[in-house]
Each structure stands twice: as C-alpha cells, then as structure tokens.
Design a protein around this ligand. Structure first.
Ligand SMILES: [Zn+2]
Length: 392
C-alpha cells in the first residue's frame, strides 16, 4: 500500500502503457492462430481489424460494414486502437474458426459466399445475414431463397428510355423458369426465362445503382439482358441466391451423377472481361466502330450501349486444338481504325479484328481470350459451336 502511494501517478501511467503493450502483443499472437490469418467475412489475407463483441478478425473493408451493425458488432484496429485486457481475452476465447462454427452452421451449398473482390451489397448482406439476422443457424430464416418459389417486385430498366419501372417477377423451381410481368394484373408474362440458361451477376457500376443486378438468359440461342435492382440490399441478394438455388436444383436433376463441387461453380458466373473496343465487319473494309464487349465464358458479345437488351453480335471462342487463335496486332493492310492496339482473333471461319485504346487494355483482352482458347472444349460446347456456325 505504502509502496503504491509513493510511486505516484507516473507509475500508474507506465503500468497502463505496459498493459497496452502486452495487449497489443497478445493480439498479434492471436492473429497467428489458425483461421485468424484471413478476414472472417471475405477471406482477404492479413486482417488488421477485429470485432470485440463478436470475436472475429476482419479486413479493413469488412470492418467498415461491421460499423453498419454497430448494435451487435464493435470494431477496433488491432494496430492503432487501445485495447482493454478483457476485450483481448474475449477475442482470444472466440476467433474466426469459433465464429464460423457458430454463425455459419448451415449455409446452404448454393448460397453465394462473397470474396474481397465482390461488390459491397453482396459483402454487406453476407455479414448481416450471418451476425444480425443469424440466417445460418436456423433453416426457417432461409425461406426467401430456399423455398423453391419467390415472387416480388423489382425495378427493371426499360428498353426504350432507360427508366426503371416496377415489375412483378416470379421464380419457380418446379416450372424451371424466371418470369416477369409488365402490368401488375397481366396474365401473360412479358418474358419467360428458362432457368437452365439464366445467369445473374451484380453490376453496380455498369447499371449505375449500388444494388444493380444483370440477369441474362438465352432466347433462340441468343443472349438477352435485363437490368434490375431493389432498394433493399437484402431483397436483391435474396433474389440472387434464389436464382442460384433454382439453378442448383435444376443441375442436380439434369446431372444426377455429378458431384456438388462440379455443379456449384455453374450456378452463376461473372464475366471474364468487359469494356470498349473498336471492331470492323466481316469484309474488314467497313470502318471500325466503338462497341461495348462482354466476354461471358466462350461467348464474346458486343453492344452499342453497355445496357442494351440484345447483343448486336455474338462470337463463339473455341479452343486452340480447334483452330482458334488470338494474335496481337492487325493484318498489315488494315485501315479505318482509330485506336492503335490491335487484336486479331482467328476462328475456323474468319478473322475478327479489334482495336483497343491502350496497350494495357490490349494485354488484358488478349489474356482473357487466351484463358478461354487454352481451355479444352466440353462436349456440350461443341453443340454451341455448331449452332454458331450454322447461324443465319
Ligand atoms: Zn473482409
């Protein structure tokens, strides 16, 4: 007692400082523990933030999303913020693996688990689903995307003036379709999309809204696009996962012998690359025009406007064993292009000529084409190739 009194205020400060140092050292040790080396929510390496109410280590970007659920998650920087011993002890007793066991007990196989490369709405709703709504601890909470049927309104971009209009959508696993209706009381749907051809991918930048979702489907083997959103992030992510669930169900029926791990990557896909290039026509004398290109698996599509409903043209990109090649540059006598960085795609039937604005863009497009050309073709892709060859 006497000792302490004599030591005075200076010693108290230095004790605090050494506690602080000890806590920080302990936190750094905790980061080394299995599971804690990756963000608990998006898997990004080397997280430097932690929620001291949930007991998880997360990346900087996910820590920002935890701030949106401040009533259940309080975050601090491992390196910069002061930590109390009890907070450190709690995080130490929990950790990413324990939290995963607790909050991700029953994540449906089809449910999309976002990575650090995914858009904000997917990552935020994953975090809210886990910790706020606790969707993965009770199956009833998964009804909105697991029931096999979903009905509701989405804002759909109109074809003519680009305005978003409220449209009723119905997803039916039993009928294997997604459909939408132009009038609220309409009997006949405006479009019926067969679930086996449907894809969905979040496109906030292209659509210009944070919750923008691009849905594509095939009609007579040609790609059609629709662009939708819902102001509520949960709603649009539920639609996305409901589409994935319906596709999973369809694929399980269509390929009964296939392993789950083979089917899951086929539920939805992001595009390999998108952006502007110049193109010329089949005679190569038509003059080059700037078009928006989308590389969707083996389909290279081009559009006048990035949000067109139909592609102006689609090219099938096969593999090198079937005489598909991509070359840097354009044939010597080519004229009429404005952008300097050419690309020639050679297919068994003809050459396609493109020009990119920058060298970097040219490199990226060539890498995108190469990734597809280097991949052997699947049996069902020969059927798609044959269709493209005999297209009128
Ligand atoms: Zn993260």
């Amino acid at each position: 007692m006497r000792e302490r009194l004599r030591a005075g205020a200076g010693a108290a400060v230095s004790t605090m400082a050494s506690d602080d140092e000890r806590n920080r050292q302990r936190l750094k040790q905790l980061l080394e523990k299995p599971g804690n080396g990756k963000c608990a929510d998006c898997g990004a390496p080397d997280p430097e933030w932690a929620s001291y109410t949930l007991g998880v280590f997360v990346c900087h970007s996910c820590s920002g999303l935890h701030r949106n659920i401040a009533q259940i998650s309080k975050v601090k920087s491992v390196l910069l913020d002061p930590w109390s011993s009890s907070e450190v002890e709690f995080v130490g007793s929990e950790g990413n693996n324990a939290a995963k066991a607790k909050y991700e007990q029953i994540v449906p196989a089809f449910y999309y688990r976002p990575t650090h490369k995914d858009c904000m709405v997917l990552r935020e709703q994953w975090i809210r689903a886990k910790y706020e709504r606790k969707e993965f601890t009770s199956a009833e909470k998964q009804e909105p995307y697991s029931a096999g049927y979903r009905e509701g309104f989405l804002w759909k971009r109109g074809r003519d003036n680009g305005q978003f209009l409220s449209r009723k959508f119905i997803l039916s696993e039993r009928e294997c379709v997604l459909k939408y209706f132009n009038k609220h009381d309409a009997r006949e749907p405006k479009a019926i999309m067969k679930i086996n051809t449907v894809n969905a991918t979040f496109q906030p930048t292209k659509i210009g809204v944070a919750h923008g979702l691009q849905i594509t489907y095939l009609k007579d083997n040609s790609t059609r696009n629709i662009f939708v959103y819902h102001e509520d992030g949960k709603e649009i992510v539920d639609w996305f996962n409901a589409i994935r669930a319906a596709r999973f169900h369809y694929l399980q029926v269509a390929f009964p012998g296939a392993a789950q791990s083979e089917l899951l990557p086929k539920l939805t896909r992001n595009y390999i690359k998108e952006g502007y290039m110049e193109k010329t026509g089949p005679k190569h004398t038509e003059g080059f025009k700037r078009r928006w290109f989308t590389m969707d698996d083996r389909r290279l599509m081009y559009f006048k406007d990035p949000q067109d409903a139909y592609a102006r043209g689609e090219v099938f990109i096969g593999c090198k064993d079937n005489k598909y090649t991509v070359l840097s540059g354009l044939p010597a006598n080519t004229q009429g292009y404005h952008w300097q960085f050419g690309i020639t795609i050679v297919t068994p039937d003809r050459k396609f000529l493109f020009a990119c604005e920058t060298e970097e863009d040219q490199k990226d497009w060539i890498a995108a084409f190469q990734s597809v050309i280097n991949r052997p073709m699947l049996p069902q892709e020969y059927a798609v190739e044959a269709y493209f060859k005999h297209k009128p």
